[in-house]
Design a protein around this ligand. Structure first.
Ligand SMILES: Nc1ncnc2c1ncn2[C@@H]1O[C@H](COP(=O)(O)OP(=O)(O)OP(=O)(O)O)[C@@H](O)[C@H]1O
Length: 367
């Protein structure tokens, strides 16, 4: 099976006055596992359904393998979609559910038998062929839905929150199975989810959407380590921010004045004008928490803090710490009981300058 690309070029879609997709530009490479990530209502499902042909865009082009399929009806697109609800036929056996698409396409019965058996084997359900969907667990039903889609050998697989009906443990198991199946088939896959962990653990690359606008496209590590704005930063994890004004800059560093804290000197590559307001941003795991009287290593940026709250999360403890007039989050692993920080305790926070990102301070949009 030839691996194909899927490309959205300047795609816009509105429902009445509601602009749901705004100038979407995404190129999904052949064989890629691509996630569309975003909060509820951001337009993920609308975009997926548009690729399937169930929604029509008002402007732009949709290309499959370089060919414009904007006007190709869904059944001629050779694209398979797995829905959140699975949409299995309750009165048909697992075998008949999976064979359904092949029967509809009037394939010779020997081929139907062979392809159905192969698809069931791929998802590990051969021994359940005679059962009805209501005699299966949620995870097994999900596998039937997958088998039913891949049996028709689509060039593109679309998955709309396929794991959201499963409990957490099963969801983790199923996402591993899904990824391994996708790798074996090498099929270009677009996966919609609002769960950042699901997207980060499965996707080769992903796009983060907000209000119908693509905020950033990249690998999970790029989005985590180099988010372009606070929305992306907070959607793929937790980000601390200290807002300040650029008061000086030289070739490879800027000085930012943060109210109630003072000056921070941060390494940068790009061009940042003096006078600009920026948010010095850093992830909770990049901070080190030390006793208040620690000798300060000049390779770090030091901030004084007071512990406000702590949460024990098993693998680490998450502290809320006030520095200046800002509450920040710091994670500490492997803390023994004696070393556990007390509420109200004064601490020194060590920040690694290279792990600080400078992000735009959002402007208030009116009207
Ligand atoms: N058929 C429709 N008619 C009118 N508005 C619609 C229709 N379908 C979706 N919308 C609107 O389009 C926007 C995007 O919806 P969409 O279902 O694509 O979001 P989503 O990111 O998939 O959200 P969720 O995670 O909740 O499924 C929402 O504001 C929704 O109300």
């Amino acid at each position: 099976m030839k691996k194909v690309s899927v490309e959205c070029k300047n795609i816009c879609l509105s429902y009445g006055n509601n602009e749901v997709l705004k100038n979407i530009n995404i190129k999904i490479e052949p064989g890629e596992f691509f996630a569309l990530l975003g909060p509820s209502g951001s337009g993920k499902s609308t975009l997926l359904r548009l690729v399937a042909g169930f929604n029509q865009h008002n402007a732009g082009q949709l290309l499959l393998d370089g060919h414009d399929i904007t006007h190709t009806p869904p059944h001629k697109r050779n694209i398979g979609m797995v829905f959140q609800s699975y949409a299995l036929w309750p009165h048909l056996s697992v075998w008949d559910n999976v064979a359904f698409g092949l029967v509809e396409r009037k394939l010779p019965s020997a081929q139907i038998r062979e392809k159905t058996a192969t698809a069931l084997e791929l998802v590990g359900l051969s021994q359940f062929a005679k059962r009805r969907p209501n005699e299966l667990s949620g995870g097994q039903q999900q596998r039937v839905a997958l088998a039913r889609t891949i049996v028709i050998e689509p060039q593109v697989l679309l998955l709309d929150e396929p794991l959201s009906n499963l409990d957490k443990k099963l969801r983790i198991q199923m996402r591993r199975e899904l990824l391994s199946l996708q790798r074996r088939l090498g099929i270009t896959t677009i996966f919609v989810t609002h769960d950042q962990e699901e997207a980060m653990t499965t996707a080769d690359r992903m796009a983060v959407l907000d209000h119908g606008v693509v905020q950033q496209i990249g690998t999970p590590t790029t989005l985590f380590d180099y988010p372009v704005n606070r929305f992306v930063a907070n959607f793929v994890g937790t980000m601390n921010t200290l807002e300040g004004k650029v008061i000086a800059r030289d070739t490879n560093k800027v000085s930012i004045h943060v109210d109630t804290i003072g000056e921070l000197h941060i390494p940068v590559n790009g061009d940042i004008p003096e006078g600009e307001f920026l948010a010095a941003s850093f992830r909770p795991h990049t901070l080190q928490i030390h006793p208040a009287n620690t000798r300060q290593d000049p390779n770090f940026i030091w901030l004084p803090g007071v512990v406000e709250a702590s949460e024990f999360l098993g693998e680490f403890t998450r502290y809320q710490i006030t520095t200046g007039n800002t509450l920040i989050t710091a994670d500490q692993t492997h803390f023994s009981e004696q070393k556990k920080l007390q509420i109200g305790q004064a601490v020194s926070l060590a920040l690694t300058p290279s792990q600080i990102r400078l992000l735009p301070v959002p402007t208030t949009i009116t009207g």
